[in-house]
Every structure is written in C-alpha cells, then in structure tokens.
Design a protein around this ligand. Sequence first.
Ligand code: SF4
Ligand code: SF4
Length: 382
Amino acid sequence: MDNACIKCGRCLSVCPVYKITSHERFSPRGKNDLIDLCLEGLLPNSHIAEAVNACILCGRCKEVCVLNIDTPEIIKKMRRRLWPEQKLHLYRSFITEKFLAFLQSETKQKVDTGIWWRLFALTRTLKFLPISFASRPFLSNIPTPAPKDTLKTKGTIAIFVGCGVNFIYPHLGEILLKLLGAMGFNVIVPPTQTCCGLMACSLGDIQTASRLAQQNISAFTQTKADIIITPCASCYHQLKIFSPYRQAGISPKVVELSQFLVNGGIETILKKVSSLNIKQIRTTWHDPCHLRFHHQIWEEPRQILRQTTTFVESSPEGQCCGHGGSFMLNFPELSERIFSQRQQAILKSNTKLVFTTCMGCLLQLQSHLGKQKARHLLEIFV
Ligand code: SF4
Ligand code: SF4
C-alpha cells in the first residue's frame, strides 16, 4: 500500500482515540505506518491487530487530512485481511455470523412461540441493563398503512428498518411509517430485509456483509420504490457506500432522513402530524460521525430542532460518542472515556433533551444519560 502520509500530524488533533490515549500507534498516522510495515512483511499481523481494531471509523482524520488520505478505508481493508485470524476470537464471529442472523430468523418465524425471543423480551424488566429488547421485533408485526390511490400519492417510499429499530426501538419504525403516510407517500416495508451489514463490514467479515447486502438488494429491488429511507444514520452510511448496494443501484435511491424532512418543509409536516410540545424546551443535537464526517450532513437536523424546540449547540464541530459498534465491544474503557468528554459538552449546554439519528449513538447516549434525556429525531413527530 502506498502511504503518501507526510507526517504533518493534523489528524492527531482530531482523532478521538489518539486524544484519549496519546499513543502514536493509535493515531491515524501511526496506524497507517504500522499497516505499511505489515504489508511489506516487516511486522506480523499479530503486532498490528490491536492498533487496527482501535479505530471508531469515525472519518474525522480523513476530513482534515491535507492529502485526503482515507485512513478509515485503509483500516477497513486491513481488517478484511486480518479477519481469518480475528474471527478466531469467538465473540466477533458470533456477532457477525450467528447472533444477527439468528435474530433475523427468530423475527420471521418464531416470535410468538420462540423461547429465545421471550428471553430477550425479559430484558425489559431488568432496569439495570443499558439496553432492552422490544416485546416484538418491528418486522414481525409491520403495521399496515392505509392503502393509497397510487395516482394521488407523491410516490412510493420503502423503509429500511435496521437492527436497532427492528429489535430495540420498534416505535421509531411506527412513527416513520405514519409520518411518511401523512406526508402523502405510499409506504412499504419489505418484509424480507435484514441487517445492513455495517457491523460485519467494520469487523472485516466481508463475506457476511455481502450476503446480507444481497438479501436486502433482492428485498428492495422487488419493491420498485422511488426512494429508500432509514431511521438509522449508520444504516444510511452503509447503504450509501457499500459496493454491492452501489452496483445494484440501491444507493442512489437512499435519502437521508433529516434532509428528506427539511426538503418536505417542516412547517408543512407539522400541520399534518402532531408533534411533541417542546418549543420552549432546551435541546441539543448529537452528530453521528457517519453523517457528519462521511456525508457532511449536520445542518438539516439542527434546522429541524431550531424550528421545533429551543436549540442549543453542544458540538459545533461534531464530537464522537465513543460507541463505534465493535469499538465499544473491543475497548469498553476507551469508549467510556471518549463518551465522558462528549457528556461534559452536553451537560455544559444545559439542555433537557439530546437528539440523534444513529442507533449506536442513541444506545450510548441512553445508557449514560438515561432513556428520557436521549431521543431519536423522529420522536419529535409523535
Ligand atoms: S477514523 Fe476516527 S478513530 Fe479512526 S483513526 Fe480516523 S479519527 Fe481516529
Ligand atoms: S493528516 Fe494526513 S498527511 Fe497528515 S499525518 Fe495525518 S494522515 Fe498523514
């Protein structure tokens, strides 16, 4: 791999992992050097695995790099090379190959009778757990929208649900379904859709990610929808950038939720649906890294909050929450320390509610700040 890095150090000042650890090997610059040495055969895989895993893939380094070096992409490619060894760590292959696939199969067939889903549902009674599973997955019980006269609708929208909404926050799927219907769209939820594959992709398990993508491509191609919308910022990112989705023509149809709502006219939407009465409540926005640093989307969610609440800024340049999916599992202590910096900024803003659209960020925010304080942007439109 040709490492053009001129060692200017600009990326070090923004990398959340480096800022916490101050270890050069955990910086974007250091990781690139280690990867080069490994690819040249001067270091064994085992020597660089920890540094390669210690990345949130937030994209911040790429945004500031003077040479536009795409460090997150370089890291993802290296993780693919390391995957045959990495998957020997049981929990990693368990997550990608077993757990998500298992949940999906339970969703479809056995939710009413399956012992596993009943056990998952018990998590709702264990208040000390940071997350709890829904009593029914959204996809097992898709509400049927009122049939619309296709000649009068504004078009057909397909919802990509994502694991977070399907298993933990099904009410968000219901809100989105109602909201899009009220806006005049014909809404469909392809029932055979599955996980977007982001977690598998981030861990380096490209085979599982591709298999999941193929299932989604088949589910969404059949719908002939004009637009695809997902309530999750990280699913949005995966659907936009993962090559199987791009090659199948899925990616261009995917529209980001806050941009879609702003284009629809928030005032007009508010006339059609009821909203939380929180105009006087001080709120702030948490930028999902996938939206802010990979797709440069930050203004629209703020615009929605300014129009519906008393918005107060708490991260003018974006600040990672430290979740990062597999990063939080691999480095829980680092994840907590990164979050504590974000938490300080939120507390300083003296706001009552913090909104976001990434399910990973939402889980991280809720597990530290409480379920009442951290909300999804859709929850404004009740
Ligand atoms: S993607 Fe984020 S965490 Fe990873 S090296 Fe770049 S700035 Fe650091
Ligand atoms: S900003 Fe880019 S060129 Fe500068 S040290 Fe980081 S990776 Fe290298």
